[in-house]
Design a protein. Structure first.
Length: 263
C-alpha cells in the first residue's frame, strides 16, 4: 500500500509525470485457480475496497480434497477387484470339488467311422476289443484300478498284444498268465475332466522266430499313445495302438479318441 500512496502524492504535485507511476507493460502467463473468498475477509481502506484470502492455503486445501478423492476411488476399485477375484476363486474351487472319476464306465468312440459307438468285446481273457464285430459281443464295462489299469467285470485287464513285423498292436483283454509273454503289456489310463481316457503302453517292437516259435521284443524309447480303428480284417473294426509320430498308419487306420460314459 505504500506504493499506492506515493503515486497519489506525485500525481498531485506534478501531473505531467503522472505516467511514471503507471505500471509497465509486462508479459505474463495466467494460472487459473478456483478460489472461494469468504466475504468476511472484505474490508474498506480509504476509498479502496479489497478482498484478501490465503491463496496457498486454498490451493493446499483443494489439492488435499483431490488427493482424498483419488485415494477413495483407488480403495473402492481395489475392493471391487478383490471381491471379483474372491468370487472367481470360490467358483473354481466349487467346480473342482464337484468333479470325480467314474467308478464304472463304457468306452465310446469319438471320431473315425465308429463315432459314438460303444467299445465291445468278450469278458474273457484273450479277446480283441472293437466295433461292428461279426460275432455278437456286448459293450465292455470297465473300472479303473489304483494302478491305472482298466479291468472288465471278470477281472481281466485291458492290454495290448504287440504285432509281429508290420501287424497292428491290438487291444485285448488279458489275465495274469498273458503277461508272461513279452508281447503283452497292460494299458495304463487316466480319466480326464472332459470324460475321456488318456492311455499309453510301453513302446515295443516284437518278432516271432518261426523256427523255434520264440518271441523276442525290443523296448523302444517312449510310449505308444495314439489309438486307431483298424478295418483291415473282414470280421470287424478293431481298436489298435501305435506311436503318435512316425510313418503314416495307412488307409486301414483311422484316428479315434476314447471317450467314456457312465453306466
Amino acid at each position: 500500500m505504500r506504493f499506492t500512496r506515493l503515486c497519489a502524492v506525485t500525481i498531485a504535485a506534478t501531473p505531467v509525470i503522472a505516467s511514471v507511476c503507471k505500471p509497465r507493460a509486462t508479459s505474463s502467463s495466467t494460472v487459473s485457480v478456483d478460489v472461494i473468498i469468504p466475504t468476511s475477509t472484505s474490508h474498506e481502506v480509504g476509498a479502496t475496497t479489497s478482498a484478501t484470502t490465503d491463496l496457498p492455503s486454498a490451493i493446499t486445501t483443494s489439492s488435499t480434497e483431490l488427493e482424498s478423492e483419488a485415494v477413495t476411488s483407488a480403495i473402492s476399485s481395489y475392493t471391487e477387484t478383490t471381491s471379483a477375484e474372491s468370487i472367481s476363486i470360490a467358483t473354481t474351487a466349487t467346480t473342482e470339488a464337484a468333479w470325480a472319476p467314474l467308478a464304472t464306465f463304457n468306452v465310446v468312440a469319438e471320431g473315425s467311422q465308429v463315432d459314438g459307438q460303444l467299445l465291445t468285446g468278450y469278458a474273457s481273457a484273450g479277446s480283441f476289443v472293437g466295433w461292428q464285430i461279426q460275432e455278437p459281443q456286448s459293450p465292455i464295462a470297465l473300472s479303473e484300478t489304483s494302478s491305472g489299469y482298466l479291468q472288465d467285470s471278470n477281472g481281466n485287464t485291458l492290454c495290448v498284444q504287440y504285432g509281429f513285423s508290420s501287424n497292428p498292436n491290438y487291444l485285448s483283454t488279458c489275465d495274469a498268465n498273458s503277461f508272461r509273454s513279452p508281447n503283452y503289456a497292460p494299458v495304463t489310463c487316466e480319466q480326464t475332466r472332459d470324460r475321456r481316457l488318456e492311455c499309453s503302453v510301453p513302446a515295443k517292437a516284437c518278432a516271432l522266430n518261426f523256427a523255434t516259435l520264440s518271441i523276442t521284443c525290443e523296448t523302444l524309447p517312449g510310449d505308444f499313445t495314439a489309438f486307431y480303428t483298424y478295418s483291415g480284417r473282414s470280421d470287424g473294426i478293431w481298436l489298435v495302438v501305435r506311436a503318435a509320430t512316425g510313418p503314416a498308419a495307412g488307409n486301414d487306420y483311422q484316428s479315434v479318441t476314447l471317450g467314456i460314459t457312465e453306466l
